[in-house]
Design a protein around this ligand. Structure first.
Ligand SMILES: [Zn+2]
Length: 284
């Protein structure tokens, strides 16, 4: 079901599922707490969505993030339990009547494999080529620089077959901080999860929609202290999340979740104990 904000028709695009270690997804939060809402499999992994965001308007067709793609060995596909039974990037776009060549803009929150893997594909000659050859590729310069020489703690998430083609895309547009790239399409820059994550904020007379990516990966991560173990700087993540969620509650934003396998979007409130809680799910 589409939403319209600021002249943008907005839809979620299911690009597939994958599973990550539940402990890593919830940092210092004990298993006894997160396993109630996110039941783990036999290897202690929890199910995650890879929900891209499609925005059509102002003469543009913008895709925000693009899932994990298909360049996976069977061994790696099993480690992350990558599951394309329900959908893929291509099928997700086709459900909206689109092919990859129709996408005019690929807005990448950051280059971690589960957000950017779908930007490149293996070609028949054994090389790697772009999935969206006609698209402007929007990235924070700081994220590209960081991803090109990742710290060893993040090396498993920034893969050369994604980072290389992104950095060489003919339509590469590098941003230094948040910027309104099209009418009503701006972003929030966050650096706690990784360096140079950018999160779209869509604004119009109808209200605002914020795409949470890895700042708030699932609805279970709404509490400020429920931060991923993957984050480079947990204290900064908490500060950034608190600032965003305070605004979101005050201004009644729609929060769209990339990784929640069930809930696509919600509005939030602050309860009597000062905690951020979901108050109304929204279909996208
Ligand atoms: Zn990430």
């Amino acid at each position: 079901m589409s939403l319209t904000i600021g002249g943008w028709r907005i839809d979620g695009v299911d690009t597939g599922r994958f599973w990550l270690d539940g402990g890593a997804m919830f940092g210092v939060v004990p298993w006894t707490m997160w396993s109630k809402t996110n039941p783990p499999d036999a290897k202690n992994r929890i199910e995650l969505g890879m929900r891209a965001l499609l925005l059509r308007g102002h003469g543009r067709t913008v895709l925000v993030d693009c899932g994990a793609g298909h360049k996976w060995t069977p061994k790696m596909a099993e480690i992350y339990r990558i599951d394309y039974a329900q959908s893929t990037l291509e099928r997700g776009l086709a459900a909206h009547g689109l092919a990859p060549s129709d996408v005019t803009d690929l807005f990448l929150t950051h280059l971690h494999f589960d957000h950017a893997g779908g930007l490149s594909k293996a070609d028949a000659q054994g090389g790697i080529s772009l999935v969206f050859p006609n698209a402007r590729h929007w990235l924070q310069r700081a994220n590209l620089d960081w991803a090109r020489a990742p710290h060893e703690r993040e090396r498993a998430s920034y893969l050369p077959e994604h980072v290389g083609p992104a950095g060489e895309a003919p339509g590469l547009e590098l941003l230094d901080g948040p910027e309104e790239i099209y009418p009503g399409f701006s972003s929030v820059r966050c650096d706690g999860h990784t360096v140079g994550q950018q999160l779209p904020l869509i604004s119009g007379p109808e209200g605002k929609l914020f795409y949470c990516a890895d700042l708030v990966p699932t609805i279970t991560h709404l509490p400020v202290t429920w931060v991923m173990g993957y984050d480079l700087n947990a204290l900064l993540s908490m500060k950034e999340k608190k600032e965003v969620l305070e605004r979101a509650a005050r201004e009644n934003w729609i929060l769209a979740f990339e990784h929640d396998p069930k809930t696509a979007a919600t509005r939030i409130a602050v309860d009597e104990k000062g905690r951020f809680v979901a108050k109304e799910t929204v279909e996208i």
